[in-house]
Write a protein that binds this ligand. Structure first.
Ligand code: AMP
Ligand code: MG
Length: 510
């Protein structure tokens, strides 16, 4: 026996008082921007799923994440040392109408880590901004938000992330009685266009300026540099946000993502996808698709999204106008959206076809976009072709082609109007012949996911979760984290939606 070692005992397990180191972030703005309060506990929490990637991003120990301390803290039942929880106030335009004050009605910000990430618990109980709501989120919508956050990230689309989703048997009343869940969301900032609109609408120029300074200093420091568009930092901010939003919308449209509730309070100042509600990835390509069952007018239909984003930016511009102090400069800053969106969208759509973007100075109304992408979208719409499956099969056809022209048979099978497809494919094959085939395949394989979070996949995971079986959520997460891979064992999830998928109705109720 080694007495010396026995005397010392085993090295104590690291049990840091703080699992995260916090820094003063949003809270530094002061009480005009939020109310400090703690989450309201939920009974008998259980893990539904966690994202190892987000835990790593935060520097959270995997062992800690597996334990009860994490489960309680991420459900809002205990407070992590050093955190300073708060709910922020914002306003916004909902469905095109000024809605006045909104705010974090069920999300509580735990604070910002020294790695620059904010952690927010969604569904953590009532706040002064809950209005008529109960401050809770139900299991089904929490699973959808958790999975889609991580799916979008894996697709390379800017988004808030999700660290975990936990569930509780506590009843929550919606159309029927459901159960509660909490999503731990993570982002560098959860500031929305609506935060700016809030202070502008009240003529509170001091806080408005403070907010703009905070956002510029923390997230857009380049707006103050000499190389920026103008000497006006707030105009530069508006332009930078417009450009990020344009690129985000280009990515949504290219992947076939419909957000469903593009109110100005659901628009991130960082150009992130935020507030996953009745979103949907298109099955059959239908440009006018409305994914939100509550959106009777189709304001947020798939093909209206780019225009709505511009409208929302216009609201942000109006809110920033008192700081910019010049209407022409404000309009000029917004104009950038109209250049960046089509350029970015054109590039992404051509990549899906394995083709390099047209020359930077060629507007996408011309060249390959006009001759290939527009007719293709028309063909897909006319024939209600499954959007994701079309591009995956096209990728496989191009990848399988040797020196001969690709065999488009499996792609052609998707289209009822064969002569129209053949005409398009002939033009496409000609264009493909002008580029390096390996490079084309690489572009397509990195641009055309096989797996997206279709409504029915979420639904399958939710149905299992409601019986207490969270394994499907976790398997689906693993697949969606690598959406471009084959995952042969889950091939049906890359297939056509079942007939019942079209009867799924997703509303704002969450
Ligand atoms: P949303 O349409 O989900 O973005 O929500 C719009 C506003 O309603 C936001 O201010 C939310 O915080 C608030 N809200 C939505 N659901 C609830 C709820 N169950 N309890 C309290 N506030 C809610
Ligand atoms: Mg919202």
């Amino acid at each position: 026996m080694n007495l010396h070692a026995a005397d010392q005992g085993p090295a104590p397990a690291p049990s840091p008082e703080r699992v995260l180191d916090w820094q003063e972030g949003f809270a530094a703005l002061g009480p005009a921007f939020y109310t400090e309060l703690r989450p309201t506990p939920l009974p008998e929490p259980q893990w539904v799923a966690t994202s190892a990637g987000v835990a790593e991003l935060l520097g959270l120990d995997a062992q800690w994440m597996a334990g009860d301390e994490a489960l309680q803290a991420l459900t809002g039942n205990t407070l992590l040392a050093g955190s300073r929880p708060l709910a922020s106030v914002y306003s916004g335009h909902q469905f095109g109408v000024w809605a006045g004050q909104l705010g974090d009605g069920r999300a509580i910000l735990l604070g910002e880590t020294t790695s620059g990430q904010e952690i927010q618990l969604k569904g953590a109980g009532r706040t002064p901004y809950s209005r008529m709501g109960d401050g809770r989120a139900v299991l089904r919508s929490s699973i959808r938000e958790f999975l889609c956050s991580e799916a979008m990230h894996a697709l390379g689309i800017p988004t808030t992330r999700a660290l975990s989703v936990t569930s509780s048997p506590a009843p929550v009343r919606r159309e029927e009685i459901e159960t509660a869940a909490v999503v731990a969301r993570v982002a560098p900032s959860f500031i929305r266009f609506g935060h700016f609109e809030h202070f502008a609408a009240r003529d509170q120029i001091g806080p408005l300026r403070q907010l703009a300074d905070y956002v510029i200093d923390r997230y857009y420091p380049e707006c103050r540099t000499a190389q920026a568009l103008s000497g006006n930092a707030c105009a530069n901010l508006l332009q930078a946000v417009s450009e990020r939003t344009a690129r985000l919308l280009a990515q949504w449209q290219a992947v076939g993502f419909c957000h469903g509730v593009m109110n100005t309070d659901n628009m991130s100042i960082l150009g992130l996808t935020i507030d996953y509600g009745p979103f949907q990835f298109l099955d059959a390509f239908n440009p006018g698709h409305i994914c939100n069952h509550s959106d009777s007018q189709g304001r947020y239909a798939f093909n209206r999204q780019p225009q709505v984003a511009y409208w929302n930016l216009y609201c942000l511009g109006q809110a920033l106008l008192p700081l910019i102090g010049d209407e022409d400069l404000t309009i000029a800053a917004l104009e950038s959206y109209k250049q960046v969106f089509p350029q970015a969208y054109g590039t992404l759509m051509l990549r899906k076809l394995g083709l390099p973007a047209d020359a930077q100075d060629t507007p996408p109304a011309e060249g390959r976009f006009a001759s290939l992408v527009n007719p293709l979208l028309q063909l897909l719409a006319d024939n209600a072709v499954d959007y994701t499956i079309f591009f995956s099969r096209l990728t496989d056809a191009v990848a399988a082609a040797d020196s001969a022209a690709p065999d488009f048979g499996a792609v052609r099978d998707l289209v009822l109007d064969r002569p129209a497809f053949d005409a398009w494919a002939a033009g496409y094959a000609l264009q493909l012949g002008t580029v390096d085939q390996q490079a084309a395949v690489a572009l397509m394989q990195a641009s055309n996911p096989r797996f997206v979070l279709r409504n029915h996949l979420g639904e399958i995971a939710i149905r299992a979760a409601r019986t207490g079986d969270f394994s499907v959520v976790r398997q689906l997460l693993a697949v969606l984290q690598k959406p471009f891979d084959h995952h042969a064992e889950h091939a049906p999830w890359a297939g056509f939606p079942p007939d019942w998928a079209s009867s799924i109705e997703i509303s704002c109720s969450s």
